[in-house]
Design a protein around this ligand. Sequence first.
Ligand code: MG
Length: 377
Amino acid sequence: MKRREFIGTTLAVAAATGLSACNILPGRTARLKTSGKGEMHLRFYPYELTLAHTFTVASYSRNTTPGVQVEIEYEGVTGYGEASMPPYLGHTVESVCAFLRKVDLGRFDSPFLMEDIMAYLDTISEGDAPAKAAIDIALHDLVGKLLETPLYQLFGYNPAKAGPTTFTIGIDSPEVVREKTLECAGRFRILKIKVGLDSDEQMIRTIRSVTDLPLAVDANQGWKDRSKALDEIFWLKENGVVLVEQPLPKERLDDTAWLTERSPLPIIADEAVQRLRDIPALKGAYNGINIKLMKCTGLLEARKMIAYARAEGMMVMVGCMTETSCACTAAAQLAPAADFCDIDGNLLISNDLFRGVTVSDGLLRLPAAPGLGLTKI
Ligand code: MG
């Protein structure tokens, strides 16, 4: 990109985000004098995530999660992104790499053209959300670094409002659940419990024998009978549960609406919502949506989903998959705009590649460095 074009783009971004262009331009202008050709270079490589504990939800168990790390380099600056592919969503390292090989960023002369780039990715294929999210995250990191500004600041969010994150405890034997709860109860302000099997009541009683912390529950579509689900939700409320995620199968929209109308706790859609276009049908059936970058293709679409949900009076939860601190820190940039955060994926793995968002006193702490603010380990 030529210097004048860059300044024009910078001014446009600064105007859109309310930033002072005067604060941005001098450093970037100096760097541009020694900059390269103004082309984006995309690199990617598979990286398997190792889970610290076997993870069990209503439908499966696993010890690893396949992932692909992405880098986009521009003007000597590198933006980091990541695709994480929990097996139940049908994406694989091969499908992500096959998609990324089709991407030609040479069509665009600037990473600032995010709307154009993301629209182009949707023309390559209908799905492939994790691969698209990896590029979106890397572009955002890159743009933040080029503007020398943390992403949450570009978005206009107050990092002090990034609240608590839940920490997830998978389905397991009472002994393991008790041990895991003891391990984490002092470090978090709210826990998330996977339910949806016959052991729900035992899980809750086991956790309650160890801690009084508020709990969110996620049935992962595991409940099948709406009346039994309603009874269980009343019982859960008496036991300090504050939120229910995806109680019934996602196709059962009428039954979910029936449940939500009667539920004393907010009902949040997770499996039922992937992208912006899915939200209109959910209005009235759920109280809120769980936005995950790997489902929705990244931060650009996630911010539109937040705006749409707010306009419809719906709650916003920001979640994640099992991810390194790269994608988790990207999700955490949205934390100040969320009612609930479930951003613990990086805490569940033993081979993280980055330092980024941290949890201190149960609260998400966003790094202050430009872009995502990541440091490579
Ligand atoms: Mg969920």
